[in-house]
Design a protein around this ligand. Sequence first.
Ligand SMILES: Cc1cc2nc3c(=O)[nH]c(=O)nc-3n(C[C@H](O)[C@H](O)[C@H](O)COP(=O)(O)OP(=O)(O)OC[C@H]3O[C@@H](n4cnc5c(N)ncnc54)[C@H](O)[C@@H]3O)c2cc1C
Length: 367
Amino acid sequence: MTGAEPFDIAVIGAGMAGSSLAAECAPHARVLLIEAEDTPGYHTTGRSAAFWEEAYGGPSVYPLTAASGRFLREGGFLAPRGAMTIGGAADRARIEGLVEQFTALGVDIRLLGRAGIAQRVPGLKPAWQWGTWLPNCSDIDVGALHAHYLALGRQAGTIVRVRARVEALEQHGADWRIAWVGGAARAPLVVNAAGAWADSVAELAGAAPLGIRPLRRTIAQLRVVPAPPADLPLTFGVDGDFYFKPQAGRLWVSPHDETPDVARDVAPEEFDVALAIDRIGQVADWTVEAVERRWAGLRSFAPDRLPVYGFDSRREGFFWFAGQGGFGIQTAPAAARLGAQLLLGRPRDAMTERLDAACYSPARFGP
Ligand SMILES: Cc1cc2nc3c(=O)[nH]c(=O)nc-3n(C[C@H](O)[C@H](O)[C@H](O)COP(=O)(O)OP(=O)(O)OC[C@H]3O[C@@H](n4cnc5c(N)ncnc54)[C@H](O)[C@@H]3O)c2cc1C
């Protein structure tokens, strides 16, 4: 393989997933991190709502979120926010059910009545009567976390190639040949951290796609009157039809859309922005004065909505690190540590010892 630089591991995709995994592997292996765009983080990683919320993603994602918390807190990546899921009088049993379910897992989650939720969301309409309260929910400094992992990787020798969309993956003996326009490398291990493109990268490698589907999600930044208080909690509707949080005197609102899409540089649809404005109008007495920004990103899910970490059952040396859905930032530290341990055959440590890797393995989809 002339002209193909040798590495131990080639990681495809330099979003949060690929960058964090590369950084965890770099002290132990010669790592190449390959990114199609000019800038790592251009796609889903750069478009998140930036929160760490223990109940988000459900009970099987919770261990990854919880295991990441200490690293994020001690690294200075979190700022207190608090979260609520609110509902009407008829939703009391569902909200109590959430409190029970996540209390049993060890989450600090409490039941709030009307007074508790109205105190936290000024102008809350009377129909909203019950809520959960998660005091530990935090904002994440996504840019700082991503930059941290990129820097850590580079310090340990990771080579980062941008503007390098991998177009061919071929096995030659023990090595993969990884080719992009203008370059090539070889490595015995290839990591598929390509986000919304994960299934198509698998197809390049001759591996069976796992059905990882990109679903579009929209956020609108609204100027509202009165301005949201800085300590407004991240607030979800119990029907899963909106969430909002404050951002420097503005409101970030999502209609919680999950529209099937294709891997691309996705843009928001006017309909979804209008939906966000309509939903916020049903929650509180705020006047929307302007839509200042809007964006959309692709959240990529495996069929069971759990992430996929592990070796492909058929293609030797091909490792999945995909399907991070709507929780790929808040789970990144523990996911990357676990991913590196599985990839390199290294022992578990304090961060990962309680994680059940089998529940995230691609083997769960069959051979
Ligand atoms: C609106 C929205 C809000 C969200 N809010 C949160 C939140 O509050 N908290 C949270 O934890 N998560 C949140 N998420 C989810 C989180 O952003 C994702 O789980 C995470 O960013 C996924 O990271 P990734 O590296 O897998 O994907 P990406 O960031 O998309 O990275 C994949 C990279 O692979 C590259 N690539 C693809 N194909 C190739 C190829 N052939 N060759 C080279 N490179 C390639 C792409 O260019 C891309 O840069 C949110 C997502 C959205 C859309």
